[in-house]
Write a protein that binds this ligand. Structure first.
Ligand code: SF4
Length: 365
């Protein structure tokens, strides 16, 4: 399948949403797309139920004026501070995060990297040699996460270069690719791409990290895209974002987890939506509600489904939200920490029913 041709068919102008029959007025939405670009694949647009004005699929891809409500911050987990060189972050000792591109197949309205995705079409692959040097010279790094943007939106030859260069590094145990392409653009996963992954899979363990957020994202095409990776021995894990109006319902969340395990995807994390400007007002679910939802959804799963963790990616580290206690406090545990003093530390915070995040002192806000 020709990647370039498919991209050229994407829906990037809101007048196309009128043609699709979703909108009657585009004026206010142009202010939104001037700031936060829109891109929807024809495939994903086709998943929308046009008879439902609150359709969860539409909510993830169609802009809303709510995105202009100014609150929150653009960098809620300290990405700027952890940037060691252009396109490379090193927050946790054993992991380097590589931002390989600013391009995505679809610009998710809930994206926490809204400040950068889609704003330039620059490929960051020119930084690849420097990234390889950095990872090679930091022996404590045992794995890399190649993200973006969307790592699988890079051309095949660039993806192969990443695999070729990083496969040679002895300090790396594994390479992870973060991508929503199997969910929003499964046609991109063609024989050529899979043959590249097959070639390097014997050199280094490779993982694909996806982001399925709703059961209706499981279609014949998206399942086939995932199976293509599984069939060549690439493990697939999923990170869901807990989103208001999308999966903030125990049945929906439960169905999502079941679809993941049924497809052979390990449910890895359910992320608390970050307080990102243009996102928090529309998508954040309070933490106490999130605890109830995830507990209810997990109660319906087998052991594989129950392995998922409800977490928040905070400036201080990755914090697991363990649950509420009888004394009205909520229990948290550092799953990953920025500094060693917090490693595996358990702590409590008193939340209100509206609390959605923790401040720098780990108090509820
Ligand atoms: S694919 Fe990922 S990086 Fe791209 S817009 Fe969606 S959430 Fe953001």
């Amino acid at each position: 399948m020709n990647r370039g041709k498919l991209i050229s068919e994407d829906i990037c102008d809101i007048s196309q949403l009128m043609d699709f029959g979703w909108l009657t007025n585009t004026r206010d939405l142009r202010k939104v797309t001037d700031q936060f670009p829109m891109r929807i694949t024809p495939y994903y647009l086709g998943l929308i139920d046009k008879t439902d004005e609150n359709d969860p699929i539409a909510r993830m891809c169609i802009p809303s004026v709510d995105e202009l409500r100014i609150s929150g911050s653009f960098d809620t987990s300290g990405e700027k501070k952890n940037t060691m060189q252009k396109g490379l972050q090193h927050k946790y000792r054993q992991t380097a995060l590589i931002l390989s591109t600013n391009v995505c197949a679809m610009y998710c309205r809930h994206c926490f990297r809204k400040r950068m995705v889609g704003l330039t079409e620059d490929e960051l692959s020119s930084q690849l040699d420097k990234a390889v040097d950095y990872v090679r010279s930091h022996e404590e790094i045992t794995n890399i996460l190649i993200s973006g943007g969307d790592s699988l939106m890079m051309p095949d030859r660039i993806i192969e270069r990443y695999l070729y260069e990083f496969s040679k590094l002895d300090n790396l145990d594994l390479i992870r690719f973060g991508s929503r392409v199997p969910v929003v653009f499964p046609q991109r996963i063609d024989g050529n791409l899979i043959s590249i992954f097959r070639k390097y899979r014997s050199h280094k363990q490779i993982y694909l990290i996806t982001q399925f957020n709703h059961p209706r994202e499981f279609t014949e095409q998206s399942i086939a895209a995932i199976k293509a990776f599984l069939d060549i021995g690439i493990q697939v894990r999923n990170q869901t974002v807990l989103l208001r109006g999308v999966n903030d319902n125990p049945e929906v969340l439960s169905d999502l987890l079941r679809n993941l395990t049924k497809t052979g995807i390990v449910p890895y994390y359910i992320f608390q939506c970050r307080p990102v400007t243009g996102v928090r007002e529309r998508f954040q679910v309070p933490i106490l509600e999130g605890v109830r939802l995830t507990d209810a959804a997990k109660s319906k799963q087998n052991g594989m489904g129950k392995s998922v963790r409800y977490v928040m990616s905070h400036t201080k580290g990755k914090i697991e939200i363990l649950g509420s206690q009888d004394d009205d406090t909520t229990l948290f545990k550092f799953h990953q920490s920025h500094g060693s003093k917090d490693t595996a530390r358990v702590f409590t915070a008193k939340l209100t029913k509206n609390s959605t995040w923790l401040d720098e002192n780990l108090n509820a806000i």
